[in-house]
Design a protein around this ligand. Structure first.
Ligand SMILES: [Cu+2]
Length: 297
């Protein structure tokens, strides 16, 4: 009697725990502030069509892997039981079976082709920028990022990590930056990525974007953020001693908010000439040329 009620109690406790966990997961999935979470399993929720397809493809592959594993483990278990020594003391002399050999060659080929076709489709989908509405240029430096909006009179600014000592409540350690990249939602954005010193990599998991920043090369990718929110990423190419201290923060806002932000940002970053970018150097040289020479005695 007592044992039964203890059992019932623990089953209820397990059910409650399961429900609570499911609730927490659901809430976490609904909040579009995407970055790494404590005790996270699986990938960050998708915020772009590319990442949606990547996650779906990942899930499909998981089913295939699961079925193959079950099949192989089943075969192993069957052999261990059926051909164990006390049941099958004299080993069989069979060495060839044409039908089985054909099957274990053809079936894996069919499975691999079945995986390759959607995989290539997805790669081409990620590669082509479909009619971009705007362009952003990302430049990796040791150890910070520069963001430029070439369509917006060359608006550009640096994005640096907020050191631990300066963190305000609610800001994420090693992820929050002074000037996040701000982008409008529902807009196809072409992203150019380059570097000025060593190889970096601009990686935002929720966007399915990961592109090398290489000196002298202009790499291209694209994103169309579907939900407003804050998204975090990191440089994921080992790039020197402060590799862990050049996070990426992207703020996706509505198109109206983006227009307002642009107007403010153009004023705020009007005299930002720190970037060693060629366009910038040319721009500041031109500004110097029209500036009146300082009076000399
Ligand atoms: Cu880096």
């Amino acid at each position: 009697m007592t044992r039964l009620s203890i059992k019932k109690g623990s089953v209820r406790a397990l059910l409650t725990l399961g429900l609570v966990l499911a609730g927490v997961t659901a809430v976490a999935a609904l909040a579009w502030a995407e970055g790494p979470q404590p005790w996270e399993l699986g990938m960050q929720p998708p915020a772009t069509p590319v990442k949606e397809r990547l996650s779906a493809f990942h899930d499909e592959l998981l089913v295939i892997i699961f079925l193959i594993s079950i099949f192989v483990m089943g075969l192993l278990a069957y052999c261990i039981v059926r051909f164990r020594h006390d049941r099958h003391p004299v080993p069989t002399r069979t060495s060839h079976n044409t039908v089985i050999e054909m099957l274990w060659t053809v079936v894996p080929v069919v499975i691999l082709v079945g995986i390759a076709i959607p995989s290539f489709k997805l790669m081409y989908y990620m590669d082509r920028v479909p009619n971009p509405d705007m362009t952003i240029k990302v430049t990796g430096h040791q150890w910070y990022w520069t963001y430029e909006y070439p369509d917006q009179d060359g608006l550009s600014f640096d994005s640096n990590l907020i050191p631990d000592a300066d963190l305000k409540p609610g800001q994420k350690r090693l992820l929050d930056v002074d000037n996040p990249l701000v982008v409008p939602i529902d807009t196809v954005i072409r992203v150019y990525i380059t570097g000025t010193d060593v190889i970096h990599s601009w990686f935002v998991p929720s966007f399915g974007v990961q592109e090398y920043a290489i000196v002298g090369r202009l790499n291209e990718t694209w994103m169309k953020v579907e939900h407003d929110g804050v998204y975090y990423g990191q440089c994921n190419q080992i790039c020197g001693i402060n590799h862990a201290f050049m996070p990426i923060k992207v703020q996706a806002v509505s198109k109206d908010d983006f227009r307002n932000w642009l107007a403010d940002a153009k004023k705020k970053f009007a005299h930002n000439d720190k970037s060693p970018d060629a366009v910038h150097v040319a721009a500041s040289a031109a500004a110097d040329a029209i500036r009146p020479a300082p009076a000399s005695n």
